[in-house]
Design a protein around this ligand. Structure first.
Ligand SMILES: [Zn+2]
Ligand SMILES: [Zn+2]
Length: 539
């Protein structure tokens, strides 16, 4: 990796500064500075000055650089800790969009325009789609609920028969609280107990050292479908949990892979329920996937549906138009014999642990919850473990033709036009996250935080840290006008953007100054304990 700017230099000079950019990147990493910053143009409406500002990749893109991933993990930890044993009801009134939210929305609008242009020109939009998904998540996390573009189509109302049945569970009267019960001991001390759960999926065959003893009989199809619909099962569990608990239970959960490559869930819950009840809820929870059947392969190999503009996908032999997604669902509604495509349940292995606020146990659980957050699901695999690699490959095979969503091109294989069908679709070539080997069938979010977990969104947690450091620096207190800055996307190759090395050096320099200042403050600190300030995290 050499800086393109160096190509203009004579060869001898170039050789005397080998790998300069790589060195800068390493230094940036040590300082916790984002190594893939996204340049944005910032117009100060008060002064009329335009500046290029680097936004950390962690704030926009889905794939975060290591320093951003690390910082994100620290923020998640703070968020988890803050909400778990909350003593007062969180405030959930929506606030005015602040500057950060505003630029996110504007930035997203620009990316959307680029994406639409690329799509018009018949170019691949996968990367831009990924950026948009990441931005939507970030915008939601920044405190704006719902989809930026709004709901485009009314939600399909389900027929009574396809409704999910409520499992047979005790039901307590709902109280309007998100807080758990407290207990007072005989010496007057108040305890705020909470729970830490681990939920796993069922067995698909005997496992030894993380791999199936007999790959032939291991139920890969079931493992694939369970992974695809895992997040739905978690939703159901939370619904049932709330119904039984009788209060608005809040949770912070992380989805992680087991060694056998099935997703499992760690969940911190605010408040407590009897262990037996949690096990009862988990055992009774299931999710039915009411999708058309995929029992019969209709199109395969060279025999594939063809696209006709204005009509949709046709049978190449008969010219018959394939049923649309909506038609296929209607047919499913009218079929009294129909069965759900899949029913997912948890396995027998359920772990429930009681945790008290502020104990080492609680800290241990929080570390556990954030342990794998910087990694992709498959990063925890051992690259030298051939058996495990083969196991992963067989799972990826099982996922190849499995429809991952209503819009999945794999529906064509089973004679159905995917929802929002468009030209160029082919079974086995879905670009959805779930089919990618590194996702192991699970395309959902890795961290699931309920809306009233803490009083703050992740962005507010970030701002907290910023404010805290600024206060320590004696620079806080300047009210920020949310309309002061206008943010614009910078097109690739813009001559106003300095080289990456120069930008990283600038960030490192700022970080150095900041650290030096904090150290000075620490040295001066009298009475006020500043030693707790972790410069790494706070910046
Ligand atoms: Zn970054
Ligand atoms: Zn798919």
């Amino acid at each position: 990796m050499t800086d393109p700017n160096h190509r203009a230099l004579p060869r001898s000079v170039r050789l005397s500064m080998p790998l300069a950019r790589d060195v800068v990147v390493e230094v940036a990493k040590q300082y916790g500075v984002c190594i893939r910053p996204v340049p944005l143009k910032r117009l100060d409406t008060r002064t009329g000055k335009t500046e290029i500002i680097d936004v950390p990749c962690g704030a926009t893109l889905e794939a975060k650089c290591p320093p951003c991933a690390r910082r994100n993990r620290q923020l998640r930890k703070a968020q988890c800790r803050e909400g778990w044993h909350l003593e007062a009801e969180p405030v959930t009134t929506p606030e005015d969009p602040n500057a950060e939210q505003q630029w996110l929305v504007e930035f997203r609008a620009d990316i959307q325009a680029q994406r639409d242009q690329a799509h018009e020109a018949g170019q691949d939009t996968t990367d831009l789609d990924a950026v948009i998904t990441g931005l939507d998540e970030e915008i939601n996390a920044a405190g704006m609920r719902g989809n930026v573009l709004g709901r485009t189509a009314p939600k399909r109302s389900r027929s009574t028969r396809r409704r999910q049945d409520a499992p047979d569970l005790p039901k307590r009267k709902m109280t309007a609280t998100t807080l758990g019960r407290t207990f007072t001991s005989s010496d007057g001390k108040t305890y705020r107990p909470s729970l830490f759960l681990t939920l796993t999926l069922p067995s698909y065959g005997k496992i030894r050292d993380g791999v199936p003893v007999d790959p032939e009989s291991y139920d890969y199809a079931r493992a694939a479908r369970d992974a695809l619909h895992f997040s739905k099962l978690v939703d159901r569990f939370v619904q049932n949990l709330r119904r039984v608990a009788g209060y608005d239970v809040q949770y912070f959960a992380a989805v992680e892979p087991q060694k056998r490559l099935a997703p499992h869930l760690h969940m911190a819950i605010r408040g407590t329920l009897p262990r037996a009840e949690i096990k009862q809820i988990a055992a009774a929870t299931y999710h039915q996937v009411w999708w058309p059947s995929v029992d019969r392969v209709v199109f395969d190999g060279d025999h594939l549906p063809v696209w006709e503009e204005g009509t949709g996908y046709l049978d190449p032999a008969t010219g018959e138009v394939l049923p649309t997604w909506e038609q296929a669902l209607d047919a499913l509604d009218q079929d009294d014999e129909a069965e759900p495509l899949h029913v997912i349940r948890f396995g027998q292995q359920i772990d429930v642990q009681g945790v008290l606020a502020g104990t080492p146990d609680a800290d241990q659980c929080i570390r556990y919850l954030s342990k794998y957050l910087t990694k992709s699901l498959t990063d925890t695999l051992d690259p030298d473990d051939t058996a495990q690699r083969e196991h992963a490959a067989r799972l990826a095979d099982a996922l190849r033709y499995e429809p991952c969503s209503p819009t999945c091109p794999n529906w064509l294989r089973y004679g159905i036009q995917p929802k929002n069908a468009k030209p160029g679709m082919a079974p086995g070539r879905c670009r959805g996250k779930a089919h990618k080997p590194e996702h192991l069938g699970y395309a959902g979010r890795r961290v699931l935080v309920s809306r009233k977990w803490s009083n703050k969104t992740l962005t507010e947690h970030k701002q907290d840290r910023r404010t805290w450091v600024l206060e320590a620096l004696g620079q806080a207190g300047e009210p920020t006008d949310p309309h002061r800055y206008v943010w614009r996307h910078v097109p690739a190759g813009d001559a106003n953007v300095p080289s990456l090395a120069a930008r990283l050096l600038r960030s490192v320099h700022e970080r150095q100054r900041w650290r030096a200042h904090l150290q000075k403050l620490q040295a001066q600190a009298t009475g006020q304990d500043l030693s707790a300030i972790d410069t790494e995290r706070a910046a």
